[in-house]
Design a protein around this ligand. Structure first.
Ligand code: CTP
Length: 401
């Protein structure tokens, strides 16, 4: 199931690092997901960003001190009991050090000792501080205690140095929060996903392709990684960034995709072929740009190998899922492909619908199973489609064991 944080309580703790401004955006993203977000700030954090900003965006009073407000509530205890997840972003060396050693001398550190929900730490600081032995010791202690660590990125830091220490961008932190909260029902499974279009070059500047954006395949790869799978994504050219913690193999043509997929097949447990592979390539590929000449030109085409069909032929213990992009007669065509390619599931969609197919954020798919049954799904975000599909894969893969 898709990890749903709507109606979940997330406590966002902000400590005094230059990256505190990124927490404002993180708060906005969490609210967009429907979460009830409460903010605790250290005194130092309030020097970087005013509590009023967090208050306005969260719609709740920000806790900055142990003894504030006129009501008798003890926020650090109440919020700790109500939290479904706690995120410290940015987490300074001081906050990590205090938490690792059980020190409780302000609102944030006192609150942390009362938390029982999953905890996500996003350390951010100067590279030398980050690599220092005391800090590494403290971070490892917290990792061993069960905290989920979002490692900082390497790059240019505000202090002028370059190296690891930069707080990841808020969408990536949100992705890691969702990952941390997703049950790991694909743990130990090798998942191979193909996504995006292929390009079959006519000459160096022209090619045959299709409008696939790769969004469906990337959503499946991300969902599988969130669920604990070891994911390899073979991707045609897309505008999408590499999903976190996934090995991405970028290819251009169907022939390159075939090589990458066949190489990874033997070590894969689950293979999901979302890619919109070009069925044909030009018979000849010019090495230089073709100049215009005669009024009519005929392009000779050569059939590409059907990668999925070959996977179906070579299949041993792998669980094989295909996609069927259709413009009509979905059940008939998807059903034929399921059988012809020896698949376990095929997800069929009508790609000419405005809410489905190429480039959209939503999809309406019908799942066709090997036993002849089918399951039409409603129109959903591609992330949600990915999780329903993986639910069905997990049910069947686990039943087979
Ligand atoms: N596929 C593949 N290699 C190809 C063509 C398709 O691996 N050369 C895979 C796709 O990744 C998808 C499935 O086969 O999972 C169905 O692709 P689709 O384009 O819907 O159908 P085709 O088999 O190409 O048949 P047609 O174009 O005639 O509908």
């Amino acid at each position: 199931m898709k990890t749903d944080i709507s109606n979940k309580t997330v406590v966002l703790c902000v400590s005094g690092g230059i990256a505190a401004y990124k927490s404002v955006e993180l708060l906005r993203l969490l609210k967009k997901q429907g979460a009830d977000v409460r903010v605790i700030m250290t005194q130092n954090a309030t020097d970087f960003v005013g509590p009023l900003t967090f208050q306005a965006l969260s719609g709740q009073t920000v806790c900055t001190s142990l003894f504030e407000g006129n009501d008798a509530s003890i926020k650090h205890i109440e919020w700790a009991q109500e939290a479904d997840a706690v995120v410290i972003a940015p987490a300074t060396a001081n906050v990590i050090g205090k938490y690792a050693n059980g020190i409780a001398d302000d609102a944030l550190s006192t609150f942390m000792l009362a938390v029982t929900s999953p905890i996500i730490l996003c350390p951010s600081m100067n590279t030398n501080m980050y690599q220092s032995k005391p800090f590494r010791r403290n971070l490892e202690t917290l990792r061993t205690d069960g905290c989920f660590i979002v490692e900082p990125e390497a790059g240019e830091l505000a202090c002028g140095t370059s190296g690891p220490g930069r707080l990841p961008d808020p969408p990536d932190i949100l992705d890691r929060i969702l990952c941390c909260l997703t049950p790991k029902d694909l743990k130990g499974r090798q998942v191979l996903v193909s996504a995006g279009p292929t390009r079959e070059h006519i000459d160096p500047v022209r090619f045959i392709s299709n409008p696939s954006s790769g969004k469906m395949g990337y959503a499946i790869a991300r969902a599988a990684e969130h669920r604990g799978g070891e994911v390899v994504l073979v991707s045609g050219p897309t505008m999408l960034p590499d999903p976190l913690n996934i090995e991405v193999i970028r290819i251009t043509s169907a022939e390159e995709m075939a090589i990458a997929v066949f190489e990874r097949m033997p070590t894969s447990d689950i293979i999901i072929k979302t890619a919109a592979v070009s069925d044909y390539r030009p018979k000849e590929q010019a090495t230089q740009k073709i100049k215009k000449g005669e009024d009519e030109k005929v392009l000779g085409l050569q059939k590409n190998q059907d990668i999925l069909k070959e996977l179906g032929r070579r299949k041993k213990n792998q669980f094989l899922v295909g996609f069927a992009a259709e413009t009509e007669a979905l059940e008939k065509h998807a059903g034929q492909k399921l059988v012809a390619k020896n698949l376990d599931i095929i997800a069929g969609n009508i790609v000419t619908r405005p809410d489905s197919g190429f480039g959209t954020d939503t999809n309406q798919v019908t799942l066709f199973y090997r036993d002849g049954t089918k399951e039409p799904l409603s129109v959903m975000e591609k992330d949600a489609v990915a999780h329903v599909l993986l639910d069905r894969v997990v049910e069947r893969v686990c039943a087979d064991k």
